[in-house]
Design a protein around this ligand. Structure first.
Ligand code: PAF
Length: 287
């Protein structure tokens, strides 16, 4: 069987708007899946999910410079547009929007969307400015596309909460859908950054998910939250992680820190394996 033709791509906001307007004129529902490219099964799952909610799915591919800190991997981040278009064709994505940085942030660009509360702590603590960069670019992508629905992975759980917050606060007329994390057979969450892992690190990486499960089980069984989290941190360091940015129990809605499992919760972790920072999270319900 021959491979399907790569998903069509536009680079300009005006072309994106023209295509979306044509679909709307035909009475079609439109979904947006924002990505930074280097697509893997997790992204393709988002696209499949988007098709359960809409007739046409736009996938944006943009490595957003303003969400990377000065010492982060912006330059090294994989850029694989042709492979991404081929992968998207296998799930029937309707259009790729791949703007240049100058299309998104022309000379004189001076606006930021900043979200208090949910942006603070966790990844917001170790990556200052990151969520303002995400909120700004996602606001632009939503206003450029004007989709009915936009899909985001739960793997970036804090990001999802930040997006839900500003979409509600700014009255952006779009439904935000969170899609459960796609994992490898050994539990490692799919991520574009897994490509950075050496073979040895790849062997250690599933400990992240296992530690989340063990910690959640201990908390559900009545262990003191602080003690369970401390045991989890020690387990990660013992397995070979270089450092643990955070391992925390937070309220599933709004991300308030929790000292006890008194409402639906989320256990979230970020840890460094060699030069790679991995994140993951799982839900924790009371017994
Ligand atoms: O999750 C990501 O890949 C990015 O943060 C997003 C939402 C595409 C914004 O650049």
């Amino acid at each position: 069987m021959t491979a399907p033709a790569p998903t069509p791509v536009v680079h300009r906001v005006s072309d994106l708007r023209a295509q979306v307007a044509a679909w709307r004129a035909d009475g079609l529902r439109v979904a947006l899946v924002p990505t930074m490219g280097a697509l893997h099964q997790g992204h393709l799952t988002l696209v499949r999910h988007a098709f359960t909610r809409a007739d046409r799915v736009v996938v944006s591919v943009f490595v957003n410079p303003i969400q990377f800190g000065p010492n982060e991997d912006f330059e090294a981040y994989p850029r694989t547009l042709e492979a991404d278009r081929a992968a998207l064709a296998t799930v029937g994505a309707s259009l790729v929007f791949a703007p240049a940085a100058a299309e998104m942030y022309p000379q004189g660009f001076a606006t930021a969307v900043t979200v208090a509360g949910v942006s603070e702590g966790l990844c917001g603590g170790s990556r200052p400015g990151h969520f303002s960069g995400v909120a700004t670019v996602v606001t632009k992508l939503l206003l450029q596309t004007l989709p009915d629905v936009a899909c985001f992975g739960e793997k970036d759980y804090q990001q999802l909460q930040v997006i839900r917050r500003f979409v509600a606060d700014l009255d952006i007329p779009v439904e935000i859908v969170g899609v459960p994390t796609v994992r490898e057979d050994d539990g490692l969450a799919r991520s574009s950054r897994n490509a950075y892992l050496t073979a040895e690190e790849r062997g250690v990486a599933p400990t992240l998910h296992r530690t989340l499960q063990d910690t959640a089980q201990a908390i559900r069984s009545g262990a003191a939250v602080d003690a369970a989290l401390e045991a989890g941190r020690r387990a990660l360091l013992a397995a070979g992680f270089a450092s643990v940015d955070y391992l925390e129990l937070r309220a599933a809605e709004g991300l308030a820190p929790l000292a006890a499992l008194d409402r639906p919760a989320r256990l979230l972790v970020a840890a460094r394996l060699g030069n790679t920072r991995l994140i993951d999270n799982i839900p924790v319900q009371g017994a």
